[in-house]
Structures are given as structure tokens and as C-alpha cells.
Write a new protein. Sequence first.
Length: 279
Amino acid sequence: MIVKFFQHDIRQGLVKYIGRYILAVLIGAIACGMVDQAGKYFQQWYGQNLSIWEYGLNLFQGQSPFVFTKGSNNSFEVPMTWFMLYLCLMFCVGDYIRQDMHGFGMYMMVKSRKRSIWWCSKCVWCICVNLLYFACAWLGTLAYAWARYGEISFRDHITLANMIYGTDFIGVGASDLLVNLLVLPLMVGIIQSLLQMILTVQYSSSAGMVVVFMMLVVSSYYGSRYLPHGYAMITRFFSSDGADALSVRFGLLYLTIWIIALWVIGYIIVRKKDVFGRE
């Protein structure tokens, strides 16, 4: 039965809206163009091009938290590439879960008498949405590198990356870098999508989108180890004195707890929800 639920979700919630994922490809490619424009002088000086991983730093570099100190002259800019990446993910999740709950999904729930299967299928669908979305973002990066330079490089260019991004990323191990670029952003995306789905089921799709939007805004300005979105910004893992820096190990554990908790909370809400609208 769960296979039928999942097949339905893939057809109606993923394949049907596949065109939306072009946004992720465009964001990946545009972000690369922005890096090349900003670091054009350094690339010409050293005669090197950035690797795919170094381009990815721009996608998930983020921004250091704003310092709220009286009399401070610190300025702050919203990390637009990062912000748009997760904002478009919210659009890709969309209103599908509410439409399905009051459509064919309701028929399947009544027929199977298993709301748990319906919710588990939606959670697996959520993971697939995020996997496809971030794969498309990286596809945009690969396509840009191939179209512009005719090759795709995976080599490190430490001096060039230092000039463009700063000294924070020098000495970061390959394993930590891959976790920061591939694993943590995906986990944050899953958490965001699960929360959006739960709020959509309990309240409305607009409520889910508003809350997610506010989370993105707050996470852009504030730095805290308890804000999940901060773990999708590589800059937040570094600070001048190390006092406020995030931890990769703690992040993996913390985000895993978030995913499990949201999965359980969503099941409890779906189990008590009156899908026939008699509330």
C-alpha cells in the first residue's frame, strides 16, 4: 500500500511540478556568474578558474550574524543567493500536501484506513523533493562551469578562494567541506519543508509559507546554534574568536533530532485531523 501512496506522490507532487525546479538550476548558474564577476581580477591574475566546490561556497556561504551593539557602525546585507535558494524551495513544496489531503489522498486514506502510511509517504516525498532541488542547484553550477570554461574542475585553488571568500576557508578539511556543502544544507531544507507541510495541514498553506519566510529572515540576521537555518551557512562555522562558531558534529545531531521530531509531530497532527472538514 505504501508503494501506491509513494507512486502517487511522485506523479502528482513531483513530476507534475518538475518545471519549478528550473529555478534551482538558474540560481546555481547565476550564483556562479556573480562569483566570476566579483573575482574576475583575481582569476585573471592567477590564471585559474574556481572548482565546483569553490563555486558551491557562494551558494551556501551565507552571512555572518548582525552585531547588535549600541553605537556600532556595522552594516548588514541579506545573503540574497542563500535566501533565494531556500525561498524557492518553499515554492517547490508549495500547496501539494493540502491539495492531496482534500483530494485523491483523502480517498486513499479512507480506503487504506492508514493515515500513518499517508504521512510517511509525504515525508519520503519531502526528502525526494529536497534531493532533486539541491541536485538541480548543483546541476546549474556544473552547467555554468562547462559552458564557460569547457571543463569541470574539482581541484582546490586555495590562494584564489582566499582572495574571493577570505581566509576562513583555508585549512578546512575535505570531509568537513563536503558535509557543509552537501549534507547540512539538505538537512536544513528537509526541516524547512517538513515544518511547512505540518503548518499547511494544521492551518493553511499561507501560514506555512509565512512562518518559513520569517525563519529565513530571522536566521539571516541572528546567529544561534538553535536556529536550524544557520547550519546551511558555512560562514556561521567561523568567527573571529571562535566563541559563536557552530559545530559540524553538533549540527548533524541537532538537525537529525529536528527531522525526527517533525516527522512524529506531523503524524500526531494528521492522525487527529478531520479531513472531512467537520471541525
